[in-house]
Design a protein around this ligand. Structure first.
Ligand code: GP9
Ligand code: MN
Length: 425
């Protein structure tokens, strides 16, 4: 056992957030769907273009009484983009400062990930994605994470016209996933990774149901079109859940993995948002992505707590009634009164309810102005907290430290137990 692990265990003890009794176990025994909304930014929620809502189905879910929605939830990805989001959501470990941990360490490292944890609490676990299995090294990493099944493009019928960009079109992907979902022993944990709303936002004519925006920036203007298509796919999927009765026995979790429009397009973002000089502060604020949990009987509403992708696992596990107090997690339960609202970005910048740091600038989060009152001491306290958690998380991955960590009640994953080789016959 390494001494590095000792300091990490101490950090976990010092930062553990006590569960919120109001939500503990509310989703116990339910199926869980995690729906990955590719490149989907929070501002699309309730956004109108061309005289209509761009995402009416997601808007409806966002506002429903039985949806717990977050409006200050941030993506925290680095170069690994989707892979970093997956890593954070299912391990509560940060992506690495460079590259994608799923690629560099996914095959070799020991993990204590959501699929393995839930599997050991009676769940069947499956990931669905309409791209080749090797992308982001998913086919290897998912074994380390303990996924029972990985339904990649090998499992779907290929037809001319079914694909666009990185994989299957979302409507076809979700429709054709149904046959596999229905065969999963319940309760199950099913992650569905959409992909059509991905740069460069291409879509065939017959699926376009809204005009492009008119910023004149060709990398931006198709975004509403593919976002609307994704939203329609979600609408159809929710109808299917209803038709099968799965809506009554499942919790559906939605999240956006990262921005769709990078900070190279500030002029276009200015036009889209109406913010005059869309600057680095605005860019940080626009890293907000959706996070919503939707379930029959759930006490919902829009929650304003600041948090991010790193916080999903500790939040979700408590709702499912899994005691995770002895796990190594760098996030904290969004519903706990002890939750830390300083949201780290991978480069050491951060957003919090009061202060936003971008590079060497500290802004007042409320008005976007440089915060002149904040003391040097307060600055370094916040910034040290962020760099400490990032570097401790990096040590876990770079040193493969979880191989030395044996939390009670958790059995180490044996990669040999898994194979995703089947294909459609
Ligand atoms: C491809 C997809 C894209 O399989 O998940 O990943 P991204 O480019 O968004 O990181
Ligand atoms: Mn992505």
């Amino acid at each position: 056992k390494s001494s590095d692990l000792d300091s990490i265990e101490k950090y976990m003890k010092d930062n553990y957030a006590q569960p919120n009794p109001e939500y503990t176990g509310v989703a116990k025994g339910k199926n869980i769907f995690v729906i990955h909304l590719e490149s989907f930014q929070q501002y699309l929620i309730d956004y109108k273009w061309d005289g209509q809502e761009v995402t009416p189905n997601l808007n409806k879910i966002y506002h429903e009484d039985n949806t717990l929605s977050f409006d200050n939830f941030f993506n925290q990805v680095g170069q690994g983009k989707t892979a970093d989001a997956e890593l954070m959501l299912e391990n509560s470990l940060f992506g690495l400062p460079e590259g994608a941990a799923m690629v560099t360490d996914g095959t070799s490292n020991t993990f204590q990930a959501a699929p393995a944890i839930l599997d050991q609490h009676g769940y069947t676990t499956a990931s669905f994605h309409g791209d080749v299995p090797s992308f982001w090294n998913r086919d290897n990493t998912y074994k380390s994470w303990g996924y029972d099944y990985f339904f990649s493009s090998n499992f779907y019928k290929e037809k001319k016209d079914y694909n666009v960009g990185y994989g299957m079109k979302d409507k076809i992907f979700l429709r054709d996933s149904a046959q596999y979902i229905q065969q999963l022993p319940q309760p199950f944990y099913a992650k569905l990774i959409t992909v059509t709303n991905h740069y460069p936002y291409m879509l065939d004519k017959k699926n376009q149901s809204i005009t492009k925006t008119d910023t004149g920036d060709s990398t931006v203007d198709g975004y509403v079109q593919t976002a609307k298509y994704l939203d329609e796919a979600i609408g159809e999927f929710m109808d299917w859940l209803k038709a099968t009765g799965l809506d009554k026995t499942s919790m559906v979790v939605f999240y956006g993995d990262h921005y769709g429009i990078s900070d190279n397009h500030k002029k276009a973002m200015s036009k889209i948002t109406g913010i005059k000089n869309f600057d680095e502060f605005d860019n940080a604020q626009y890293q907000r992505v959706p996070f919503m949990m939707h379930m029959d009987g759930l006490k919902g509403g829009v929650n304003h707590t600041y948090g991010g992708e790193i916080d999903v696992l500790p939040t979700l596990l408590k709702m499912v009634g899994v005691n995770d107090s002895n796990m190594i997690q760098f996030g904290s339960d969004l519903l706990s009164k002890d939750h830390s609202q300083v949201v780290a970005f991978r480069n050491g910048d951060f957003v919090s309810p009061k202060v936003t740091k971008v590079g060497s600038n500290y802004y007042n989060t409320k008005n976007g102005k440089i915060d002149k009152k904040i003391s040097a001491q307060a600055k370094s306290k916040l910034s040290n907290k962020v760099t400490t958690e990032l570097s401790l998380s990096d040590r876990v991955i770079n040193g493969d430290l979880l191989r030395f960590y044996h939390p009670e009640g958790f059995t180490k994953v044996n990669r040999k137990d898994y194979n995703y080789k089947k294909s459609v016959t």
